[in-house]
Write a protein that binds this ligand. Structure first.
Ligand SMILES: [Zn+2]
Length: 478
């Protein structure tokens, strides 16, 4: 019989920090510059060049640490990790070994039953990125623009027990870091990269098997598929009586399998030593307090507040809190029309549909939350129909014009004149004596019929809210 295993997963997430310049020099850290244009003696690793630590990078990493409930080391070191690789011109990387900037901390994720589960964070340290190798057909080239870019590495405890939990964790982390402005977290540009390790544990036999490291995971889908593949591969090996090799494997996106990169007989020896050119730093309480004060409302808190204060469903709040720009837009529209449910429906429906269709981001279109709030009010008062509302929304989305102006331009305004509506309803009542008789004998849904007839008579131009009011009022008086 095949045995059942529990997966034990830990993640190492590399995040590029949102700084103007590199970690130890003033070169630009912008993505997409011409190859080897942002380099200097420091990040190019020339002899005698001295590193100078980027204060903003430290600030951003502490900001992330505080938002992740970490403790902050008041004194921290930088260390040299020695290794040779063509994209690493100094033959060592400046990183942190024993005294990371932040330690401890956690993120809560929800399991499938809606219960909270804590994923603990072991540490967050800062380090510099390496250059980038470009592999051509018969040669490889190196772009050093990325060398020295500030990175933060977030290491979790092995608390994750399924591929789905790994994805949930990374999504929450990405949402948090984006909201904090710590990083733009673009997996496609490499500003958020994830490695992981996984081993299996057999509860019945109380046996733990060897750990395998996974690299080259570049999307949420890859993260899920790579771990699913490894669980299956490792279970099959154990069930056949084979052993699991300690090794590093890379995810092959095309083949949808993991492949061996290197075997690990024992831990690599990087001959760490303290970085003498930039060794010990002290962080003042004032600096930490200042960062604490700058923390915005965190997405998780906002998510809970949206459910509590606006009565939204968890999935609605979740989608609205994905991007702080969308959350702000929601609250702005809600302030104008005081109808959170309608605002949520418009955003999750029409707005998201059009953004997707036009491949745009909310921050790049001229539509404001206030405009959407005004449009919702126009529909609620019955000044325009809901189908007219959709036409107005499309133009607001593209042109950023006030909904009232568009309604007038398009002739969408519904007739709300009391006398006009009364005259129409009166006519309908006179023309339908049979219906009135049926109403009196207890057929309540005749009201809907009479409203429909009145709307038809006005060729759809009468304000339906007022027509309904008038019909019900007249029926009551029968
Ligand atoms: Zn430089």
């Amino acid at each position: 019989m095949n045995r059942k295993f529990k997966a034990v997963i830990g993640l190492e997430v590399h995040v590029e920090l949102n700084t103007e310049s590199k970690m130890f020099c003033s070169c630009s850290s912008a993505f997409g510059a011409p190859v080897n244009s942002n380099i200097c003696p420091v990040c190019f690793g020339l002899p005698g060049a001295l590193p100078k630590l980027n204060k903003r990078a430290v600030e951003l990493a502490i900001k992330a640490g505080l938002a992740l409930n970490c403790s902050i080391n008041r004194i921290f070191n930088l260390d040299r990790k020695n290794y040779y690789y063509p994209d690493n011109p100094k033959n060592y990387q400046i990183t942190q070994k024993d005294y990371p900037l932040c330690y401890g901390g956690s993120i809560e994720i929800e399991d499938s039953d809606g219960n909270y589960k804590t994923i603990n964070i072991e540490r967050i340290h800062i380090e510099e990125d390496a250059g980038k190798l470009l592999h051509l057909k018969d040669k490889s080239l190196i772009d050093f623009n990325r060398a020295g870019t500030p990175l933060m590495e977030i290491v979790t405890m092995p608390d994750i027990t399924s591929p789905k939990e790994a994805v949930d964790f990374l999504k929450k982390l990405k949402r948090l870091l984006t909201a904090l402005g710590v990083s733009d977290c673009k997996m496609e540009e490499g500003s958020l990269r994830c490695d992981g390790n996984i081993s299996l544990y057999d509860k019945t036999y109380n046996t733990a098997y060897n750990k395998v490291e996974l690299k080259n995971i570049n999307s949420f889908k890859a993260l899920e598929k790579a771990f699913e593949y490894e669980i299956k591969r490792q279970s099959d090996l154990i069930n056949c009586g084979k052993s699991i090799n300690k090794e590093t494997r890379r995810w092959d996106e095309q083949a949808m399998i993991t492949q061996v990169m290197r075997k690990k007989e024992k831990g690599e020896d990087y001959r760490y030593l303290v970085e003498g050119d930039a060794s010990s730093y002290k962080i003042s309480e004032e600096f930490i307090d200042e960062i604490k004060r700058s923390l915005p409302e965190l997405p998780e808190e906002r998510y809970k507040r949206f459910i509590r204060d606006y009565g939204l469903l968890p999935y609605e709040a979740d989608l609205l809190c994905e991007d702080p720009c969308v959350s702000d837009f929601f609250e702005e529209a809600e302030r104008t029309c005081s109808d959170p449910k309608a605002v949520s429906n418009w955003i999750l429906g029409e707005l998201f549909r059009m953004l997707k269709e036009k491949n745009l981001k909310l921050r790049n279109i001229p539509l404001s939350g206030d405009m959407l709030g005004k449009l919702i009010l126009l529909i609620k008062e019955g000044s325009i129909s809901s189908s007219g509302g959709k036409a107005v929304f499309e133009r607001m989305f593209l042109e950023g014009k006030d909904p009232k102006v568009i309604v007038t331009e398009e002739g969408l305004l519904q007739n709300s004149d009391g006398k006009y509506i009364e005259s129409i309803v009166d006519e309908v009542f006179i023309e339908n004596p049979k219906a009135l008789k049926e109403y009196k004998s207890g057929k309540e849904n005749i009201a809907t019929y009479l409203i429909g007839m009145s709307m038809k008579k006005s060729k759809g131009k009468a304000n339906p809210v007022l027509v309904k009011e008038k019909v019900l009022e007249k029926l009551k008086r029968l």
